[in-house]
Every structure is written in structure tokens, then in C-alpha cells.
Design a protein around this ligand. Structure first.
Ligand code: HEC
Length: 121
């Protein structure tokens, strides 16, 4: 049944193309979530609740709710056990992460731009 196989293959191919299109068009919020999962969740956990007495929660954190600049400074400089992310991720990615954590898990804060973070250097 070579014909069936070809149809299946093209369907598979089409859905692959469709999915890639969808993910490349992902809004900054999804991008921020993915970057958070890759860079921060190991310590702060994917639910933002951290681990008691080791990694502070970012959900309902005064620093995170307070201002994007304060979060950016922690990321640029590092703090205690937390490494600096300066140079290892772009200002764009930092902005996406900050805008994600400031608006996830019940947090709510205005957005910060990559330029604003670059100016803190
Ligand atoms: C290796 C573990 C680790 C990773 C990875 C990590 N952090 Fe942290 N983070 C910490 C620790 C530990 C502290 C507390 C440091 C202290 O106060 O001594 C902290 C503190 C913070 C604070 C201050 C919170 C508060 O309430 O004082 C923020 C904001 C923060 N981290 C954001 C992030 C973001 C965003 C990322 C990802 C880009 C990240 N962290 C990655 C371990 C980590």
C-alpha cells in the first residue's frame, strides 16, 4: 500500500510544519515560561514556590512583585547561591523571563524592556 504510506507521510510532514509555525509564532509570555523552565525552575521550581529555606519563592515574592528592575538586578549580579546570568542569556531573554515571573502564579506587574535592563549594566 505505498499510496497510503505516502498520504500518511505527507500528513505527518504537514502537521510538523504546522507545529513549527505555531511554536515560532509563540507570544513572549510562552517564551518567558520556557526560558524560566530552562534557567530558573531547577531552583525556584516550576510553580514558583521554591524550596523552603533553600530557594525563595518567586510566587508572591515582594522582590518580584515590587519591580522588574529589582528582579533584573538579581539576575545580572546574582545573589548568594544564585549565579549571575549576565552574559549567559540575552537582555531580550531576561526581559521575557522577568515579564513571565511578574505575571505568573498570581503575581501582576507592568512589563520591562530589554533596553531598560541593558541600561542597568
Ligand atoms: C542554582 C539555583 C538558582 C537558580 C538557577 C536561580 N536562582 Fe534565583 N535565587 C536562588 C537563591 C538561593 C536565592 C536567594 C539568595 C539569597 O538571598 O541569598 C535566589 C533569589 C532570587 C530572587 C530574589 C527573591 C527574593 O524574594 O528575595 C529572584 C527574583 C530570583 N532569584 C530570580 C531568579 C530567576 C529569574 C532565575 C532564572 C533566570 C533564577 N532566580 C535562577 C537560587 C537560584
Amino acid at each position: 500500500m505505498p499510496q497510503v504510506n505516502t498520504t500518511r507521510l505527507s500528513l505527518l510532514f504537514l502537521s510538523f510544519v504546522f507545529c513549527s509555525l505555531l511554536s515560532s509564532a509563540a507570544p513572549a509570555q510562552d517564551e518567558g515560561e520556557q526560558l524560566f523552565l530552562n534557567n530558573c525552575a531547577e531552583c525556584h521550581q516550576r510553580d514558583g514556590k521554591g524550596i523552603a529555606n533553600i530557594y525563595p519563592a518567586l510566587a508572591d515574592s515582594e522582590v518580584v512583585r515590587g519591580s522588574g528592575v529589582d528582579v533584573a538586578l538579581v539576575m545580572l549580579i546574582g545573589r548568594g547561591e544564585m549565579p549571575s546570568f549576565s552574559g549567559s542569556i540575552t537582555f531580550e531573554d531576561m526581559a521575557d523571563i522577568i515579564n513571565y515571573v511578574r505575571n505568573a502564579w498570581g503575581n501582576s506587574g507592568e512589563e520591562i524592556t530589554a533596553q531598560r535592563i541593558a541600561n542597568l549594566q
